[in-house]
Design a protein around this ligand. Structure first.
Ligand code: SAH
Length: 357
């Protein structure tokens, strides 16, 4: 088993480790201030601590932040893709997106993904392993440091990078709680969005957390047969079951759910597909987010033309649902939705061999 690292710990757990090291409790505040407020990236930067203590901490509780292998800015500088290398040399990606009034980091929860969605580059490459809490927390901090260099703040964290957050639920939720803790990074619960392929138990667990985080569900279509083709997980959790879980989620949290729909030309973008979506979501407090499809290698699928996207949106809007069309960021740097696929020289040889049974 891997050693616990600094970023794996909640504040209370850090207190326990410091007590074992016979250090006073104020050290926890000092350390969390350095990590989450000053955005230090190693014990070496914590010059308020003696060198001996820094060494002891490093041994007992390694910091183990990812190394940034590549920083890829888009030509308009609004999006930056980061290729991060973990301690075992696996690579993941995180994306920083700058908007007029907010700065969002899109982070990964797994190395690869086992969901195998047909239209997603990550899904096509297969699953390697779950990320630890520390590795998830670290990505938000890496993003925050990048923004800090531009005198900007991180305002939102979306779990829409590589992996399925509900398939790594505990680590994801613990990372949210750590980043949300007012003694540290103090990012408001409403600033997090967990996006799921539709793992029903995960939606139910999230309903019970009493946390005001946003839930997004990658619906794509309400046609069960078509969805089963696009999203193999639909065989396990159908549209009908997902919608039922979302109704319960709304009842428990009073939060609006976002349904994401990537429109693929000639596949799921007709007016009748739109009507089917509207009917399936009848009475659910929700918002529809249309994502123009980002082409991926090895597939002939193309994004729906913009007039089709508008017509699709119009059908859903006319039933009374709010619709937004996401302009996918960073597609020219392969950082758009579904395009995240670590391609570092160090990544393991055959992606197919990573697929989990
Ligand atoms: N596993 C989670 C989160 C990661 S994917 C989920 O399924 O929600 C983040 C979003 O990007 C999802 O809505 C996903 O369906 C969408 N996506 C994946 N591939 C895409 C592509 N090629 N074009 C547009 N959106 C895509």
């Amino acid at each position: 088993m891997n050693k616990t690292t600094l970023l794996d710990l909640s504040f209370d757990e850090l207190l326990v480790v410091l007590a074992e090291l016979e250090e006073p409790t104020f050290r926890a505040t000092q350390i969390w201030r350095a990590v989450f407020k000053d955005l230090a990236s190693s014990y070496a930067e914590m010059t308020t601590l003696s060198k001996t203590l820094r060494q002891r901490l490093d041994e007992a509780l390694p910091w183990q932040g990812a190394s940034i292998l590549k920083t890829l800015p888009s030509s308009d500088h609004q999006t930056t893709k980061l290729l991060l290398q973990l301690h075992d040399k696996e690579t993941i990606e995180a994306v920083v997106m700058r908007y007029a009034k907010r700065n969002t980091v899109c982070i990964s929860t797994q190395v690869g993904c086992a969901m195998a969605c047909k239209f997603c580059a990550t899904g096509q490459a297969g699953f390697t392993r779950d990320l630890t809490t520390g590795e998830i927390v670290d990505q938000a901090l890496v993003g925050a440091r990048l923004l800090q260099d531009e005198s900007e703040h991180l305002s939102n964290v979306v779990f829409m990078g590589m992996g399925e957050p509900m398939a790594n639920y505990e680590a994801t939720l613990k990372a949210i709680r750590i980043l949300n803790d007012s003694r540290g990074f103090s990012l408001g619960a409403r600033s997090f969005t967990v996006s799921t392929v539709g793992i029903v138990p995960g939606i139910r667990w999230l309903s019970d957390e009493k946390l005001q985080v946003n839930l997004a569900v990658s619906l794509h279509t309400a046609d069960e047969a078509l969805r089963s083709q696009l999203v193999p997980m639909n065989h396990r959790y159908s549209v009908a079951e997902i919608v039922r879980a979302c109704r319960a989620y709304v009842r428990a949290t009073h939060r609006r759910v976002t349904f994401e729909i990537a429109l693929i030309a000639g596949v799921n973008d007709s007016d009748s597909h739109a009507k089917q979506v509207a009917e399936a979501l009848h009475g659910v407090l929700c918002h529809i987010n249309i994502i123009p499809f980002n082409p991926i290698a090895g597939s002939d699928w193309r994004p729906s033309p913009s007039d089709r996207v508008q017509a699709f949106a119009h059908v859903i809007e006319s039933v009374g649902y709010p619709v937004t069309t996401r302009h996918s960021r960073g597609t020219e740097i392969q950082a758009g939705c579904g395009q995240l696929r670590a391609a570092a020289p160090s990544s393991k040889a055959d992606p197919a061999s990573k697929t989990k049974d």
